[in-house]
Design a protein around this ligand. Sequence first.
Ligand code: E4P
Length: 294
Amino acid sequence: MLTNRPRTKILVDGGDPNETLRIKNLIGFVDGQTTNPSLIAKNPEIQRLIASGHKLSSREEKEEYQKIVQSISPLVGDAGVSIEVFADLSTRAEEMLAQGQEMFSWIPNAYVKYPCTHEGLRAAQMSVEKSIRVNMTLCFSQKQAAAVYAATKGSKESVYVSPFVGRLDDRGEDGMELVRNIKEMYKHSDGHVHVLAASIRNVNHLLCAFALSSELATVPGKVLEDWAAIGFPMPDRDFRYRGVDTSGNLLKVIPYEKLDLNLPWESFDLAHELTTKGIKKFVADYQSTLKRSA
Ligand code: E4P
């Protein structure tokens, strides 16, 4: 078990309550959990239903999702359970909000995940006005993180923004640099947005998230097991991180942008091709569990 608890809150990135329990027993605690449509599609019970020839109706899928997060909810601490709305590229903010309101009522410690798009940001703005906690997902740029800050200003609750490290690494950019840049930008902020390092692929990513004082990190069970297997090391003063690809070549540094957090959120360019690609992938994984295309 982990004796020195890091300041970064540790969330399990998954969709299986049994895995969350296993990790809790291994580490001694789990601060929170993030789920998404791809992870829910991989849930063993949903996989069992599909393997037996039973594809789900969208209502059944929602009920399964609810059951899963209700099982996870009591296992985790105050970082809560993030539940993602089902959104494609044409879903309007009002529809996301309606889903978000319902999902928020499922458990007492819910965070609703919306994508870092114009409509997702609008849904977040309306949500925080209704005291719904939000986690802004599929964040791939500092401008998106600036917009999250501006759109949710005044929120009584902490807002999460989730930069996706591994998916940037996958295309040759050092994803940890995005976490570093957002943290740097938020130094000059009111602190209401917390950085949740996501798409973590290995122990080095996790240690770098600690070293950068990311408020939270969401980590696949396998990576947490790897970390436990080597005795839960923590980054020391000399810890240096530089992202490399699978062949050991250095990843491209993402330059810091000087952005004014006081500008209206609509003034930031939110476009990022990985956000678009990510939404399409979530839709495809969600639909793979359904009887027919939703
Ligand atoms: C968590 O909120 C994210 O959905 C998750 O970390 C994405 O990870 P992936 O890039 O491994 O799918």
